[in-house]
Design a protein around this ligand. Structure first.
Ligand code: C5P
Length: 225
């Protein structure tokens, strides 16, 4: 029966994967995010009874069992539109996507030619911070962010939690073995009143542990703000 599950009837929006910022019809700026962590969380949340909307950047992953809705996007601006629409009536938002920090100021609808003028200089503009934007809404869902850090993980994560006004943040150390693109991971979970380490495990085990913590904190806060 679904009503005895931790997230029965709870609407969750999860963004996942990289974004690709097109330069011209054949070139783009991208990053190494595989989307695996976000997809594992979507699967765990669906198993816990949630109604999951998964907003996915360009990834090579099948939709996990039980996910109610999947919206495929390519760029940060498309991801922002899809997320803002989806969180309208959501209880929880989990931002796992590696949103590109910048896009090109001007997309060229023609392939940029190699030529006498030499290498082009790309002018970049900053993309909107989707997570901070959702957290700034009123009313807003329970907001969970991710942070990939190479050093001073706990310190940088705490700063990010405060600055973006998040309910919870899952931080991981990225090096050649863990984090982006890897199959296993360890998470430092922090929230305004405390923290907890989720030790290294497969992304699906970590996703289950994380979803259980999110469910507990969401209930403790009494639901949507
Ligand atoms: O500031 P930083 O990029 O390290 O923050 C990471 C968190 O913010 C992740 O949860 C990511 O999904 C989210 N984010 C976002 N939009 C951006 C940049 C990051 O939603 N433009």
């Amino acid at each position: 029966m679904s009503h005895d599950k931790a997230l029965a009837g709870i609407r969750i929006v999860i963004d996942a994967g990289p974004t690709y910022e097109d330069i011209d019809p054949v070139r783009f700026l991208g990053n190494r995010s595989s989307g695996k962590m976000g997809f594992a969380i979507a699967e765990a949340a669906a198993q816990a009874g949630a109604e999951v909307t998964l907003v996915a950047g360009p990834v090579a992953l099948a939709t996990p069992a039980g996910v109610a809705r999947r919206v495929d996007v390519r760029s940060a601006l498309q991801m922002r539109d899809a997320v803002l629409r989806a969180v309208e009536d959501a209880d929880i938002f989990i931002a796992t996507a590696a949103v590109a920090d910048w896009r090109v100021a001007e997309y060229s609808s023609r392939k940029i030619k190699k030529g006498a003028a030499g290498a082009p200089v790309l002018e970049l503009v900053e993309n909107p911070d989707i997570l901070a934007e959702v957290a700034a809404r009123d009313p807003r869902p329970f907001v969970v962010g991710f942070a990939a850090e190479t050093d001073h993980v706990a310190e940088h994560a705490r700063e990010k939690l405060d600055r973006k006004k998040l309910d919870m943040l899952a931080a991981n150390r990225v090096d050649e073995h863990t984090g982006i693109g890897a199959d296993d991971n360890a998470l430092e979970l922090i929230w305004p009143g405390g923290s907890e380490t989720l030790p290294r495990a497969s992304k699906s085990e970590l996703a289950e542990a994380l979803v259980a913590r999110i469910a507990r904190h969401f209930r403790a806060r009494g639901g949507r703000a």
